[in-house]
Design a protein around this ligand. Structure first.
Ligand code: FES
Ligand code: FES
Length: 452
């Protein structure tokens, strides 16, 4: 196949996706998001058309021309620090259309395909064309602006230097008033920098700046956790529970351990039982201490049962299929109200869990907040509204998956490269779980997809 204009031969497995084959060949700008064809982060151009590379078997790309974002810019060997960016890359940086940057290569390639066939698209056409690539962070206004700006540059038009709207609030204004006034004139909101009246304007501070690592992200350079490969790296895979509530009666890992290329298979029998609290983004940690890395009981579909480390991801998955597990299926409960009724199955009945608010009724935590004299305020109120409010569980839908690579450094420290926002908490929580002193763990937080 041709990749970015160069003839390339990739040796691929029959079932391997184009996404995996390209990443294995170090085209790390092709991002791994969902692998189910939903997010679009893996978009590349196949003969000029955007496709989701996770959905295409690599063998089907034989004889075709692939473009990744590495093929959009020109990086001269003698000036690697001064790449010549494509107008689309420049426009994305200038308009602030790159936030975490995880989706950006896919966005820019999709824009390229659009502008190659339609140099003067309407906003509607841009939105329709870009709809196959989700962005978790930027919102789509700036992305549309970036494509419009790139289109103008590519048509040879002069574009003014990109400048966000700067405004100082008057004492009677609120940012909402300012936005409302802008909305009356325009149908979309530009990048705005709004200063309160008491702030004296300074030359630099309080001014919009271009993203300091915008160029790196626009070029699709390896910036995220999974963008490195280590010599002899092993890959982990988890066996997870098919049951919402069950006890593991028997687990046999013999066949998995015997598979050549498998280096470790761990179950609850192989690791010390150390309790931890999963809500770790503060210290002291909020209770309960109800988790262990691996347990003889599973409490939801997808709960951890065993861990395999093997020389390839495929081998690790094969080993998972060789683990024999016999479960005693327990009564489960799926509804929070039912879980609080007398006689409901108790999810955490193990004696070593601490800090559960009401174990028998499965209430993990209870927060009471009262500010001021409630009774006195209600007595004075013209109306009192009472209600019971519920919300569903929310997923923040970051497009980069949770991923982590570890290795021992020359000083005997365990280095953990992780897509986390809380490196110091990771270190503190990990140390007791693996029996290392905190100072022997170093956590590296590279660029993360979906956080800042
Ligand atoms: S669409 Fe391919 S990784 Fe999400
Ligand atoms: S910038 Fe689009 S996913 Fe973060």
């Amino acid at each position: 196949m041709t990749i970015n204009g160069e003839e390339k031969t990739l040796t691929v497995r029959r079932s391997e996706s184009l996404l995996d084959a390209l990443r294995r060949a170090s085209y790390t700008s092709v991002r791994h998001g969902c692998k189910t064809g939903d997010c679009g982060a893996c978009t590349v151009l196949l003969d000029g058309q955007p496709i989701h590379s996770c959905m295409l078997p690599a063998v089907q790309a034989e004889g075709h021309a692939i473009t990744t974002i590495e093929g959009l810019s020109h990086v001269a060997a003698e000036k690697p620090a001064l790449p010549q960016l494509h107008p689309i890359q420049r426009a994305f940086i200038e308009t602030g259309a790159i936030q975490c940057g995880y989706c950006s290569p896919a966005q820019m390639l999709t824009a390229k395909a659009l502008l190659d066939r339609n140099p003067n698209p309407t906003e509607e056409e841009i939105r329709a064309a870009m709809s196959g690539v989700l962005c978790r962070c930027t919102g789509y206004v700036k992305i549309v602006k970036a494509v419009e700006r790139a289109a103008a540059i590519m048509r040879g038009e002069e574009v003014p230097p990109f400048a966000p709207i700067e405004a100082t609030l008057s004492p009677d204004d609120s940012p909402a008033d300012l936005l409302a006034r802008w909305r009356e004139q325009k149908d979309s909101i530009p990048t705005m920098v709004i200063s309160p009246p008491e702030i004296e304007p300074l030359e630099r501070v309080g001014k919009p700046q271009m993203k300091v690592d915008g160029v790196k992200l626009a070029l699709g350079r390896p910036a995220y956790t999974d963008d490195i490969k280590l010599e002899g790296m092993l890959y982990g895979a988890l066996l997870t529970s098919p049951y919402a509530h069950a006890r593991i009666k028997r687990i046999d890992t013999t066949k998995a351990r015997e598979l050549p290329g498998v280096h470790a298979v761990l179950t609850y029998k192989d690791i010390p039982r150390v309790k931890y609290a999963s809500g770790g983004q503060s210290f002291p940690q909020p209770p309960p201490y109800d988790q262990v890395s691996l347990d003889d009981k599973v409490r939801y579909v997808g709960d951890r049962v065993a861990i395999v480390a093997a020389e390839t991801p495929e081998l690790a998955r094969r080993a998972l299929r060789l683990i024999e597990v016999e479960y005693e299926v327990l009564p489960h409960v799926l509804d929070p109200q039912e879980a609080m009724q007398d006689g409901a199955p108790v999810i955490h009945d193990e004696p070593d869990t601490e800090g559960i608010y009401d174990r028998q009724r499965n209430i993990v935590h209870h927060i009471d907040v009262e500010v001021g004299d409630r009774e006195a305020m209600w007595a004075k109120a013209t109306h009192v509204f009472e209600g019971e409010y519920r919300t569903s569980q929310q997923q923040q839908a970051h497009i980069e998956p949770h991923v982590c690579i570890t290795y021992w450094d020359p000083d005997g420290r365990l280095v953990v490269r992780s897509s986390t926002q809380v490196p110091y908490h990771i270190r503190r929580m990990l140390a007791p779980l693996i029996g290392l002193p905190i100072k022997q763990i170093r956590v590296i937080k590279p660029r993360i997809g979906g956080g800042f």
